[in-house]
Structures are given as structure tokens and as C-alpha cells.
Design a protein around this ligand. Structure first.
Ligand code: NAD
Ligand code: ZN
Length: 360
């Protein structure tokens, strides 16, 4: 048995208003006046001076506004890298992602591809990255994915949705400023927050569980209960807690694995472009046979916040469509093994998954 030697984010700052320290934090990382910092900012913040006026631009630094309407693609990373190389006199001093999982994953992937040759899709998988990435900073503006702490960047490529999992993926610096999440719309707050809740349920109920994962997973699970059973999105205290739940949830799966909801949600995302947070919710709602307590609590939280999930999204699909989703889901073997143990193939087969998808 070899144990994972897992990289952690080496520097993190937490606190309401800590975003104001960005300038001071990155200053020492500037190589010279022609090696810029590039800021990837969710275009939801375009024209929002409260946030953008605090982005410290000097010399050739610039902001690239990016839409989070679709999940990141390997081709999008290739295009961003090309654009940055063409428009910068030197390789950037750093890439700073400001937004949700989408901006953070793009920042991680571009930071890697600025120092590694070829196409981004070549690096989807485990430990394929050869050269250290450029300095990169993650600044979440919505809580739940754990992308701020993970060693992966999840990308849809030409033939699969798969992360670039590597020691060079992890951020060099994270700024956790819960105040940045104050304007998240309620539905999205729930979907992305539930990503964290589901990480905890899948980790805590998985066969890969160990004391490391459990200690983080239990804390994150409890924080989610405080936020979604007793709190609300407008409470400062809830914003603070959910940001730390996301962090701990990410740490929990770092040393275990996710499970059935994530495997099936990847299928929905690959075929239908359903986004991660809402996709997980749609799937998880139907998984009481795998996670009875977790799903019961999920339904209670959904009710408390008046969240209505889409239904019938698989109603019009052909047999070929189902096969595509099922292939994607079943290819994620470690997730099934974590969820159900080494003999998972005895209880899970394509027909079983089709029946579940047909309910969604
Ligand atoms: P997101 O980045 O897709 O954003 C969701 C929506 O919220 C967008 O419309 C965005 O504009 C909006 N938004 C974000 N912050 C806001 C704010 N402060 N105010 C108003 N609106 C705001 O959301 P997400 O759920 O954080 O990320 C999902 C992505 O993360 C997926 O692509 C998924 O694959 C990825 N992911 C990555 C990891 C990882 O470890 N790398 C883990 C889980 C998920
Ligand atoms: Zn997730």
C-alpha cells in the first residue's frame, strides 16, 4: 500500500474584506514589468465596481471576463493560452481566477498550459503534467465545489470530461473572502452548496473512508447542516461557514473519493451540458437506496428553501443517448468502488443506471 502524498494550498487568507489584500499578496510574485498578471473574472461581475475596482492592475496586467454559463472546455483553455501568449511580451507572472468553480478551474488549467506544450486534452488524467505551472491564485465568489483546494481542474475535452489531476494543479495562493459571495442568487447558492453537502455524504459513506477524510468530512457536513437547516444565504455567518464547509469538503474527498451522484452527474453533464451543481442535485434526489440519510436531509433542505429541481430532463432521450451517459458514468470506476466496494459490478449494470436516469 502506498499512500497519496497530497499537495495542499501553501498559502491561504480568510476573512471578510481580505480581497483588499490581493495587491500586497501578489506584488512579490511579479517577475518584471512586462510579465503581467492576468485576471480571469466571471462576467457576472462586469460593471460591478464594488469588486472590479479592487483588482490591482499595473503595467501590462489585464482582466479577461469569461462567462460561466458553460463548464470549461479543453479547447477554451487552448484558446485562452494562445491569446495570452500573443498579447503578452513575456510569460505572465501569474493567473488569478475570480469566480466559482468555472473560473477557478480555468485559472488552474491555463496556469499549467502556459508551461506545458501541446493540447490541454493530452493532460486530462492523472499525473501527466511535466513542468511546474505558473503562479496561480484562486478567489472563490461562490462556495461549495472545493475547487479552491483540490489538485484537479475538471475539463470537458473532445472525448471525455476528466480532470487534469496533478501536483501542479493546486493553487499557490487562495483568498477566502466570504463577502464576495453576498450576491449569489438563491438557486445557485443551493446547487453549489449542495455540491459540498454531496461531497461529504459520498466521502463519509464510501469504502475509501479513513480518519483523514472523516475528520474533514464530518466538519463540512455539520457546517452544511448549520447553513442549510438553520441559516440563510444573506446571513454573514452562513456565508463564512459555507466557505469553510467547501474547503473542508474538498479536503475530505482529496483523501477519499466521491460516489454515485458524481458518477451519474458526469453522464448528464457530458451528454446534456447540465452543470455540476444542479446536475448533482437532480441525481442525488433519486439516490435514497444508496444514501438514505443523506437524501432525506437533502430533501428537507430543498423544501426549507423552496427549491424546485427540473424534472423530465431524460424524457426525450434515445437509447443511444442513454448508452452515452451510462458509459461515461460507468467509466468512473474509482467512484463506484468507493461507493459500493470492490464488488460493485455485481449490483450496478447499464440497465440499473438506465432505470435511474429515466426517473430524472
Ligand atoms: P460556476 O462557476 O459555474 O458559477 C455558477 C453561477 O453562479 C454562474 O452563473 C456565475 O456567474 C454565478 N456566480 C458566481 N459567483 C457569483 C456571485 N458572487 N454573485 C452572483 N453570481 C455569481 O459555479 P460552481 O458551482 O462554483 O462551479 C461549477 C464548476 O466547478 C463546474 O465546471 C465543475 O466541473 C467544477 N468543479 C470543479 C471541482 C474541482 O475540484 N476542480 C470540484 C467541483 C466542481
Ligand atoms: Zn462535486
Amino acid at each position: 500500500m502506498t499512500y497519496k502524498n497530497f499537495p495542499m494550498v501553501p498559502r491561504v487568507v480568510f476573512g471578510r474584506g481580505s480581497f483588499n489584500q490581493l495587491e500586497e499578496i501578489i506584488a512579490s510574485k511579479r517577475r518584471n514589468s512586462v510579465a503581467p498578471f492576468i485576471f480571469f473574472v466571471d462576467d457576472v461581475f462586469k460593471g460591478n465596481a464594488w469588486l472590479t475596482s479592487r483588482i490591482p492592475l499595473t503595467y501590462d496586467d489585464r482582466i479577461i471576463y469569461i462567462s460561466a454559463d458553460e463548464e470549461p472546455k479543453t479547447s477554451q483553455v487552448d484558446e485562452l493560452v494562445e491569446e495570452i501568449i500573443l498579447s503578452s511580451k513575456e510569460r505572465p507572472s501569474g493567473i488569478i481566477g475570480i469566480g466559482g468553480g468555472t473560473m477557478m478551474d480555468l485559472a488552474k488549467a491555463v496556469a499549467i498550459m502556459l508551461t506545458n506544450d501541446g493540447d490541454t486534452s493530452q493532460y486530462q488524467g492523472w499525473d501527466l503534467v511535466k513542468n511546474p505551472s505558473v503562479y496561480h491564485v484562486g478567489i472563490p465568489t461562490i462556495s461549495g465545489t472545493g475547487a479552491e483546494v483540490s489538485r484537479t481542474t475538471v475539463l470537458t475535452g473532445p472525448d471525455r470530461k476528466l480532470g487534469i489531476n496533478s501536483d501542479y494543479t493546486t493553487f499557490d495562493q487562495v483568498i477566502l473572502d466570504p463577502e464576495l459571495t453576498k450576491d449569489v442568487p438563491k438557486d445557485q447558492w443551493f446547487y453549489t452548496g449542495m455540491d459540498c453537502f454531496i461531497h461529504c455524504v459520498e466521502s463519509l459513506n464510501g469504502t475509501y473512508l479513513n480518519a483523514f477524510s472523516q475528520s474533514y468530512g464530518e466538519k463540512a457536513y455539520d457546517l452544511c447542516l448549520e447553513v442549510f437547516m438553520n441559516g440563510d444565504l444573506n446571513l454573514k455567518e452562513s456565508q463564512d461557514k459555507l466557505m469553510m464547509a467547501s474547503w473542508h469538503g474538498g479536503m475530505s474527498i482529496a483523501y477519499s473519493q466521491v460516489g454515485v451522484a458524481h458518477a451519474m452527474s458526469y453522464g448528464l453533464s457530458y451528454l446534456l451540458g447540465v452543470k455540476h451543481g444542479i446536475g448533482n442535485c437532480i441525481v442525488f434526489d433519486h439516490l435514497s437506496e444508496f444514501y438514505p440519510n443523506g437524501v432525506k436531509t437533502f430533501k428537507a433542505m430543498k423544501k426549507k428553501h423552496g427549491i424546485e429541481l427540473p424534472t423530465g430532463i431524460c424524457a426525450q432521450l434515445s437509447d443511444e443517448d442513454f448508452d452515452i451517459m451510462i458509459d461515461v458514468a460507468l467509466s468512473l470506476e474509482p467512484l463506484w468502488e468507493n461507493a459500493l466496494g470492490k464488488d460493485w459490478k455485481k449490483s450496478i449494470n447499464p440497465q440499473k443506471l438506465k432505470e435511474l436516469y429515466q426517473k430524472m
